[in-house]
Design a protein. Structure first.
Length: 261
């Protein structure tokens, strides 16, 4: 079965779909036309640049070290994105970077160490990108929810400390609630795979001409990788936040609400 190749003409014609979104925005007075056009232009330029770079990285003749260097840059950028999206969380960048590093080492170490997929340029960068990109949402959510839980229930937390609980025990139910909130979206997405929607990786493989059952096997590995990464990353964040939300004497710190709250 031949794959579905998209040429420059096809790419240009697909912009008709963007025109529909712009038309809807103008018709309903949403004033999102400029944002839509800018996001499309930015995405296209970024994808083209990444495509050129990937051509070099995934070349079988290129050393796999280049792929791992790319992954390292992903980790730095992802940690910065998390910091900017949750500015109210103190010293989050270093914690987010540690969480992404631990998750990446654990998840990709299992995938490549167990021989599920070969460690090559064509696998290292795409898998790391899917894993880190999907884990970012859970990371931001658990960080913000943890701060909200401890801040909004400060009196309850202080009462638990007064009863003799250490900071980790005092914060346990509130961090657990934040962790649950962060993981539920990914869990629900996993439940709906195949019934409600076909994931991007599987759709791309099928469009490229891969046998559907082979595409399903690859998608299952990716789906499990993403779920495990989200859980691991959110857990590391929730555990690490204890030292950032409490004073040395175990009292919860006073953390101001963000300007947009």
């Amino acid at each position: 079965m031949a794959g579905a190749d998209v040429d420059a003409v096809g790419l240009a014609l697909s912009l008709t779909l963007v025109a529909v979104a712009v038309a809807v925005s103008a018709w309903r007075g949403l004033r999102l036309e400029r944002s839509i056009l800018w996001s499309v232009l930015r995405a296209l330029v970024q994808l083209l640049l990444v495509g050129v770079a990937l051509t070099v990285v995934i070349d079988p003749a290129s050393p796999v070290a280049w792929s791992w260097l790319w992954v390292g840059l992903m980790l730095l950028y992802a940690a910065d994105v998390v910091r900017r999206r949750a500015p109210e969380v103190p010293r989050l960048w270093s914690l987010a970077l540690a969480a992404f590093a631990v998750t990446t080492a654990l998840s990709l170490g299992l995938v490549f160490g167990l021989g599920i997929l070969p460690q090559e340029g064509r696998t290292v960068v795409p898998l790391a990108g899917l894993m880190i990109g999907n884990a970012m949402s859970a990371t931001v959510l658990v960080a913000r929810r943890s701060v909200e839980e401890v801040r909004d229930k400060r009196l309850e937390v202080e009462a638990r400390v007064a009863l003799g609980h250490g900071r980790r025990e005092a914060a346990r139910p509130y961090l657990a609630s934040a962790l649950r909130s962060a993981l539920v979206p990914q869990i629900e997405t996993t439940k709906a795979v195949g019934l409600v929607f076909l994931p991007g990786a599987m759709t791309g493989l099928i469009l490229a001409g891969v046998d559907p059952l082979d595409a399903v096997m690859v998608q299952a590995v990716v789906m499990f990788l993403v779920l495990g990464a989200a859980a691991s990353n959110a857990t590391v964040i929730s555990l690490g936040l204890v030292t950032r939300l409490f004073a040395p004497d175990d009292r919860p710190l006073r953390i101001a609400r963000p300007p947009d709250a």
